[in-house]
Ligand binder design. Structure first.
Ligand SMILES: Nc1ncnc2c1ncn2[C@@H]1O[C@H](COP(=O)(O)OP(=O)(O)OP(=O)(O)O)[C@@H](O)[C@H]1O
Length: 291
């Protein structure tokens, strides 16, 4: 892969707080102090993925994921964008026979998210995911957002109330739902449901939020709201977004990775990828010659 613009200081900080020892877990902070930040949130290293039928959909990808930046993954249909994204929070574990190789290191702890010691359920709380089609649970708005907190073992009503409100505010939907928190999530519009799903992903304060074509089922107004929201969120959470829409990648992302046939062909600052791609395949794709 060509990384045309990056030099990364991998110096780690040693200031990570000790794990809570209380019976009831604490909420992790949504915004860590600057001293605890690392320029790198994750490292995808020599990563390959095989579906259960033996097909290798991802081929030895190396990619840094920068902290509190939006990384867009683009490329032609079938190149492996969603497969890579879903690997980052162990979605493929839900189907037997799928296989990962290599590492996905979460910084600053250096934990390998696809290693045998990592619990996929906990990984999904640290690396949240929002899908193409809004998919709220058949529950109330409140319970949708509280779901991840309950999985995390948080039971205190006051803690859950506060975290639900915070997540709904961060997802820019609080004002629209604050008077009907116990109404069905299905009564919301498509755009509201998608922002609710973003709130659900944000509630456990993940380090990374994955977005798989989050606006492809939305109209232009709802799309613009979600794009604004994603940009605002990148001040507090690292975002990786898969999109078919190159204008969207150019508009909202800081870094862009171009994938082709399972390989990450080029990765760099979004501006550079779209104005001065180094790899001829990237250039062909962004100039519309294929894909
Ligand atoms: N469950 C599966 N079993 C076997 N192969 C699969 C499976 N899901 C996807 N693939 C294959 O893996 C490759 C990558 O698919 P993936 O969905 O990640 O591509 P994509 O770039 O996200 O495509 P699109 O832009 O069309 O959504 C494709 O060749 C696809 O056919």
């Amino acid at each position: 892969m060509t990384d045309t613009t990056m030099t990364i200081d991998k110096t780690k900080t040693d200031t990570q707080p000790a794990a809570p020892t209380k019976a009831e877990p604490d909420m992790p902070p949504a915004i860590k102090p600057a001293a605890e930040r690392d320029p790198l949130r994750a490292r995808i290293e020599n990563f390959s993925f095989y579906y259960s039928n033996g097909f290798q959909a991802i081929k030895q990808v190396d990619m840094p994921i920068l902290d509190r930046k939006i990384t867009a993954i683009i490329g032609p249909s079938g190149c492996g964008k969603s497969t890579l994204l879903r690997s980052l929070n162990r979605m493929h574990d839900l189907y037997p026979g799928n296989r990962y190789e290599g590492k996905v290191i979460l910084e600053p702890e250096g934990e390998n998210l696809i290693g045998p010691e990592a619990d996929p359920v906990l990984v999904r709380l640290r690396v949240g995911m929002v899908f193409q089609k809004p998919n709220p649970f058949p529950k109330s708005i409140y319970e949708n957002v509280a779901a991840g907190l309950r999985v995390r073992g948080i039971k205190k009503r006051a803690v859950i109330d506060e975290a639900v409100e915070t997540a709904l505010r961060r997802a820019a939907i609080w004002d629209e739902v604050k008077d009907k928190l116990h109404g069905s999530a299905y009564d919301l519009s498509g755009g509201q449901q998608q922002r609710l799903c973003i709130a659900r992903g944000l509630a456990p304060n993940p380090e990374i939020l994955l977005l798989d074509e989050p606006t492809s089922a939305l109209d232009p107004i709802a799309t613009a709201k979600v794009e604004d929201l994603v940009q605002e969120l990148s001040e507090t959470v690292t975002i990786v977004i898969v999109t078919h829409n190159m204008q969207q990648a150019a508009r909202i992302s800081h870094r862009t990775a171009f994938m082709y046939l399972g390989e990450a062909i080029e990765f760099g600052d979004t501006n550079q990828i779209f104005t001065n791609p180094k790899h001829p395949r990237t250039e062909s794709y962004i100039t519309g010659r294929y894909g």
